[in-house]
Design a protein around this ligand. Structure first.
Ligand SMILES: *Cc1c(COP(=O)(O)O)cnc(C)c1O
Length: 398
């Protein structure tokens, strides 16, 4: 291996590695439209190249980037392109991609304002914008976190703090053991990440009451249980299968009449507020007490980027954690008849490589779930993907 003196100083090494990264990134993005959306078997097999003994010699930084590109790029899932419709995954907008390069060059630790004034300032701006879009009080406290799961957890920890404080219990001082009970209410179609966050925040599954939902997965407000000032109600803006929205205004009114706390899991759905065409879907969600959402879904920011907001600023700050189908919108469920037929169509669509869609089970029925979440998806991508799905469905005899 060449030594640093023969290669140039640290700055030269950095410049060369960046140049290679830029070239390789450009080539990667240019090729996205032509490649299989899901990596081919051969690309997956080539990942074995990464398995080598822990290096005991230094190597050239640019070579690290070359190796990543050579064996890593073909084994990526082309989520940055226009024909990935799995889970709820956005692409990266040109500005967010390029800005993330700059942010990597900055390499800021943003735990406190004194550690990075610029990051703290930009976070403030983003949070105020998000309050404006969602129509929630602009003195709500919030933070940028890694994902909606972390945002749900943070908000639920804040709710826990505030609700227990009403019974004279201080979580920070007294912990959770022997704390007064909190009653948790969720819709039957609650996202798994909320249940996970509830567990992490110390609420056991047995404490969680599930409210029945309608055929689209919306919580039935008429089936809400009696609530109290120690109740925590979790509602959803954008069901991951159908895209449906819980009846927020009704739930919030009922909950607030009983002084309960309402938390919104709006990982992607809350962003409907930014569109004049879809704003009506999120009416009432602004009445809640806390909100979790993702900038890495519809807003197409780079991974990872979640956002948490809470009306009660003190509770959020105290939370153990310093935080910095009817197709109503983008989620579509398709069944091709019997479960095995639908699974076969999905398997072949994924193997075919033109587009990528995942599967789910919705109210006992196996379905292909199409999530349109990327800015890069064009009319042409939709046509091309639709043609591939229809061709495969015909072959399977669906
Ligand atoms: C995606 C999603 C989540 C989890 O988001 P992550 O960013 O992956 O943690 C939670 N709730 C809903 C409704 C989602 O669609």
């Amino acid at each position: 291996m060449p030594t640093e003196s023969r290669l140039g100083g640290p700055t030269d090494l950095t410049m060369e590695a960046l140049r290679v990264a830029e070239e390789r990134s450009r080539a990667y993005l240019r090729d996205l439209a032509n490649r299989s959306v899901y990596p081919r078997e051969s690309a997956l097999a080539a990942l074995a190249q990464f398995h080598e003994p822990f290096p005991d010699q230094r190597c050239h930084p640019a070579d690290v980037v070359r190796m990543l590109d050579e064996f890593g790029s073909p084994a990526t899932v082309a989520t940055a392109g226009g024909r990935y419709f799995g889970f709820v995954i956005g692409g990266a907008l040109p500005a967010t991609l390029a800005a993330s390069w700059l942010a990597s060059a900055w390499d800021q630790n943003s735990a406190f304002r004194i550690m990075s004034p610029v990051v703290a300032e930009i976070e403030e701006v983003v949070l105020r914008w998000v309050c404006e879009i969602f129509g929630i009080p602009d003195d709500s406290e919030g933070g940028i976190v890694t994902c909606a799961t972390a945002a749900n957890f943070t908000a639920l920890a804040a709710a826990r703090h505030a609700l227990l404080a009403r019974s004279g219990w201080n979580v920070a001082e007294d912990g959770m053991f022997a704390a007064p009970p909190i009653e948790v209410v969720v819709g039957d179609e609650v996202h798994a990440s909320v249940l996970k966050a509830l567990n992490l925040a110390g609420f056991g599954q047995r404490r969680v009451k599930r409210v029945p939902t309608d055929a689209q997965g919306r919580m039935r407000a008429d089936r809400l249980p009696k609530l109290a000032k120690n109740s925590l109600v979790c509602i959803q803006a954008g069901n991951v299968n159908t895209g449906s929205f819980d009846p927020a205004a009704e739930v919030c009114r009922w909950a607030h009449d009983h002084e309960a706390w309402v938390h919104v899991d709006g990982a992607f759905g809350l962003w409907a507020a930014a569109s004049a065409n879809y704003r009506h879907l999120v009416a009432g969600f602004e009445m809640a007490d806390s909100w979790a959402t993702d900038a890495h879904k519809w807003p197409n920011a780079n991974y990872d980027c979640g956002i948490v907001l809470a009306r009660d600023a003190a509770a959020l700050r105290e939370a153990g954690y310093e935080v910095l189908n009817d197709v109503v919108i983008n989620q579509v469920l398709v069944s091709f008849g019997r479960a095995e037929t639908t699974q076969e169509v999905m398997r072949r669509v994924q193997e075919d490589g033109i587009c990528w869609c995942g599967g789910t089970v919705w109210q006992g029925k196996t379905a292909m779930r199409i999530s349109v979440s990327s800015w890069a998806t064009s009319e042409e991508d939709v046509e091309k993907s639709l043609a591939a799905v229809l061709r495969i469905a015909r072959q399977v005899g669906a």
